[in-house]
Design a protein around this ligand. Structure first.
Ligand code: 9PG
Length: 487
C-alpha cells in the first residue's frame, strides 16, 4: 500500500501499511524502508559504525573512497561499508534539503544501515523488521527527537557529570610500569582529577589479562595506591580480542570467531594481527565474567573497554544471532557483572548496540599530539587515523549522543613538550572537550610549565554554559567557538 507521509512542507510517498505520527515525524516498522527524495546529490550525514569510524556530512556527488590497507578495515568501520559503492552509515542517516532542513532516517534497534544516493534514502535491518524514526525539520531538533527515542528504546546512562580522567596512553603509550605510574600519581596531587586510568601496557598479552613483569606488586596493589591518593582506579582492557601469541588463543582455538571456511576472523592489523572471540560460546561467557570479576576484585571501578567492535564482526557463531545482537548480549553480561556503580567507558565500540549499557562512549578516533597524518588521511583515505583533525571531525558530528551517555572526544593537551599542535589547535581540542562534557588528559605535570599547569587546573574546574548556535559554532559562556575553519 502507498501512503503519503506529510513531513511539514515535504510529502513523501512510501510503500507501507502503517505510520504513527509523533513529534518531529513518524514511527515506522520494517526490515527495509525506501524513500524517493527530491533533494538530488545533496549532503548526507553518514554515521560511522564504531567510536573511531568516520562520521560527517559527505557530498553524495563524490563517490565514497576505500581506505587502505584493507587489513585495517575492521578498525575503521563496519565491514559491510566497504562492499558498497554507495554512501552509507550505521543506524542513522540524514539528507540536507535546500530550505536548510534535514530529512533523517534513524533505526531504534541495533543491526541497521542507512544509505543514500541522489534519488533514494534507504534503511535496512540485517535481520528481521525493526523500528525506525523518520523526520523532517531543523537539524538540531531532529537529532534531539531521535536521541530521545533511542533513549526510550535502548536506555540511557551518564546523567551525572562525567569524571575527570588522567589516562596513561597519550604520554607513556605502552611504556608503562609500576614506577613511572606511581611517580605520576604523586605528581598529580592537588589537581582536581577523579580517575587515574591505567591504559594498554599492563597486561601479559591481548587475551591474557594478568599483570606483566613491569607490575611486580600486581594490579591490586596499584589500585590500592591510586585509592590512597584519593582517586578512582581505572583500567583498560580489550575483552573481545586475542592475539595468536596469547595463552587464551593457543589453549582455546574453539573460542575464536571463525568465518564459513573455518578461518579465524581478523579483527585488525596492529600488534601483528589479532582476532575476535565468539562471545556466544558458553565457555567464553564464563571467561568474560571471570575476567571482569578479577579486575573488579583488584579494585578497579572505572573500566575502559576497548576494541569492542570485535564482538560484532561477521562470523559463524556458536549461537546463530545477528552480530550486533550477539555484541549487545555480551556487553549486557559485562554490565551485569560490573553492577550499576562501576563506570564503563566503551571505546572502539559500535554506537547503537552500546547505548543503555555504557556510562561513557568514545565518540571519535584517537587524538595525537599532531594535527593530521596526511599520508594516512589523504593518500590512504583513512580518516579514522589518529590525529586532532580526525578526532575533532568525528566527535563534533556525534554530540547529539550526549543525552544518552557521556560523550568522550578523547584527551586534550596542555604540554608544549613532545607536541606539534599549535596553541589554536590545542584550544580547539579543549573547547570540544568542554562542549562534549568529558575532560581527560595524559599530560604529566612534570612536562608542564607554570602557565600550562594553571591552564590544566582551570580546564578541570571549568563549567561553562554551552549553547550550540549552528552545526559548527558554539558559545561557551560569552565566548564564540567556531570549528568550521578548522574542518
Ligand atoms: C591502546 C589504545 C588507547 C586508545 C584507544 C585505542 O587502529 N589501530 O591500530 C588502533 C590502535 C590503537 C587505538 C585505536 C586504533 O587506540 O582508542 O585510547 O586505549 O587503544 O592500545
Amino acid at each position: 500500500m502507498e501512503l503519503l507521509l506529510k513531513l511539514g512542507t515535504l510529502s513523501l510517498p512510501a510503500r507501507m501499511t502503517t505510520a504513527e505520527p509523533i513529534p518531529g515525524g513518524y514511527l515506522l516498522t520494517g526490515a527495509e524502508l525506501r524513500f524517493l527524495h527530491p533533494f538530488g546529490a545533496t549532503r548526507f550525514y553518514r554515521q560511522g559504525w564504531h567510536s573511531w569510524s568516520p562520521t560527517t556530512w559527505v557530498e553524495l556527488a563524490t563517490p565514497p573512497t576505500l581506505p587502505q590497507p584493507s587489513t585495517r578495515w575492521p578498525q575503521i568501520d563496519d565491514p559491510v561499508a566497504f562492499t558498497q559503492s554507495i554512501h552509507s552509515g550505521s543506524g542513522v542517516g540524514a539528507l540536507e534539503a535546500p530550505d536548510g532542513n534535514i530529512l533523517l532516517l534513524g533505526a531504534l534497534a541495533p543491526g541497521a544501515r542507512v544509505e543514500a544516493d541522489a534519488d533514494l534514502l534507504r534503511g535496512s535491518y540485517s535481520g528481521t523488521a525493526g523500528p525506525w524514526f523518520l523526520g523532517y525539520g531543523a537539524e538540531a531538533d531532529l537529532f534531539t527527537h531521535y536521541a530521545a527515542l533511542l533513549g526510550d528504546y535502548l536506555g540511557r546512562r551518564g546523567q551525572a557529570p562525567a569524571p575527570r580522567v588522567w589516562c596513561s596512553w597519550y604520554s607513556f603509550y605502552n611504556h608503562i610500569g609500576e614506577e613511572p605510574l606511581l611517580a605520576t600519581l604523586h605528581s598529580l596531587q592537588g589537581l582536581p582529577f577523579d580517575v587515574f586510568q591505567v591504559d594498554d601496557g599492563w597486561q601479559l598479552d591481548m587475551g591474557d589479562w594478568e599483570a606483566n613483569p613491569k607490575f611486580p606488586a600486581g594490579m591490586a596493589e596499584l589500585a590500592n595506591r591510586i585509592r590512597e591518593a584519593g582517586l578512582t582506579p581505572g583500567l583498560w582492557l580489550a575483552p573481545f580480542i586475542a592475539r595468536p601469541t596469547s595463552a587464551l588463543y593457543r589453549e582455546h582455538p574453539d573460542w575464536i570467531l571463525r568465518d564459513e571456511n573455518n578461518h579465524p576472523v581478523p579483527a585488525g592489523d596492529n600488534w601483528g594481527g589479532f582476532y575476535a572471540l565468539d562471545t556466544t560460546h558458553p565457555r567464553v561467557k564464563i571467561w568474560l565474567e571471570e575476567t571482569i570479576r578479577r579486575v573488579l576484585d583488584w579494585g578497579y571501578t572505572y573500566l575502559k573497554l576497548d576494541f569492542l567492535y570485535a564482538g560484532a564482526l561477521p562470523g559463524v557463531r556458536y549461537h546463530d544471532l545477528p552480530r550486533e545482537e550477539a555484541y549487545r548480549q555480551a556487553l549486557t553480561l559485562i554490565r551485569e557483572e560490573m553492577g550499576p556503580e562501576t563506570y564503563l567507558l566503551a571505546c572502539g565500540a559500535p554506537v547503537l548496540p552500546s547505548l543503555g549499557l555504557v556510562d561513557g562512549l568514545r565518540i571519535g578516533p584517537d587524538v595525537a599530539p599532531y594535527w593530521d597524518n596526511e599520508d594516512r588521511s589523504c593518500l590512504l583515505h583513512d580518516t579514522s587515523a589518529p590525529g586532532a583533525l580526525n578526532a575533532i571531525r568525528t566527535s563534533l558530528h556525534r554530540l547529539w549522543l550526549r543525552p544518552l551517555c557521556h560523550t568522550d572526544p578523547d584527551v586534550v593537551f596542555f604540554r608544549t613538550r613532545y607536541n606539534l599542535l599549535n596553541p589554536y589547535q590545542q584550544t580547539l581540542l579543549r573547547d570540544l572537550a568542554l562542549i562534549a562534557g568529558f575532560k581527560a588528559t595524559s599530560d604529566l605535570p612534570t612536562w608542564l610549565d607554570r602557565e600550562e599547569q594553571t591552564a590544566l587546573e582551570n580546564f578541570l574546574q571549568a563549567q561553562p554554559t554551552v549553547v550550540r548556535q549552528t552545526r559548527y559554532q558554539f558559545t561557551l559562556d560569552e565566548r564564540v567557538v567556531d570549528f568550521s575553519l578548522a574542518l
